[in-house]
Structure formats: structure tokens, C-alpha cells
Design a protein around this ligand. Structure first.
Ligand SMILES: [Zn+2]
Length: 111
């Protein structure tokens, strides 16, 4: 499960919160001053989450933040999850294309 770090905009306190998905819980509050004005920051834990962690915690029905879409490692997660749900093993060709798009998104335009 991913652990996210949140920074309080009121007192600057940083706390780690374990989430079940990629969306912020509704009841987030600073554990130091109680302010609800806190924002997720990119933590090392988040950065190093494996692709299977990302896939498992991906919620196709959830709204995603801009940073989600800007992170090329999230490209194709939806398709990957749909395949997994229907019990279809992605082909090597599919996986290779996905890897290429994730590591070099501009390659789509070249092909
Ligand atoms: Zn605070």
C-alpha cells in the first residue's frame, strides 16, 4: 500500500499517511495543529512504488489529479487493469509498447 506524505500549510508539519488508493481521504487533518489545509507532497516512498503497487492501487473510477496524468508511469494503467480483471495476460508486444510509451512518451508521435 502506498504511503503518502502530507504537508500542513498552516504549521508546516509533515506527516505520512497510509492510503488505500491514490485519492486523498476526506477526513485529512494535520496531526499537529488540526488544520485541514494540508497538501500531498511527493515522497520517496511514493516515487519508488513498484509498477505492481501502482497497478493494484489504481482506481479506474476515481478522479485523478494533474500530477497523476503527468506521471508517465501511469500511462496504460487502465488498460493493464482491464486485462488483469478479465483474466487476460498482456502480450509481450503490449508490454513492450507500454514500457516504451512510459519511458519515452514522445515515441508515439514518431511511430
Ligand atoms: Zn498543522
Amino acid at each position: 500500500m502506498p504511503i503518502y506524505e502530507y504537508k500542513c500549510n498552516n504549521c508546516g508539519n509533515i506527516q505520512g499517511i497510509l492510503l488505500r488508493g491514490y485519492n486523498d481521504p476526506d477526513d485529512l487533518a494535520c496531526d499537529s495543529c488540526g488544520s485541514v489545509d494540508i497538501k500531498r507532497i511527493i515522497s520517496r516512498v511514493n516515487y519508488h512504488s513498484s509498477s505492481s503497487d501502482r497497478l493494484n492501487s489504481y482506481d479506474s473510477r476515481a478522479r485523478h489529479t494533474d500530477s497523476f496524468y503527468q506521471d508517465t508511469r501511469n500511462i496504460g494503467l487502465h488498460a493493464e487493469q482491464m486485462l488483469k480483471k478479465s483474466g487476460v495476460e498482456p502480450t509481450e508486444d503490449f508490454k513492450a509498447k507500454l514500457e516504451k510509451v512510459r519511458t519515452d512518451p514522445s515515441s508515439i508521435l514518431k511511430d
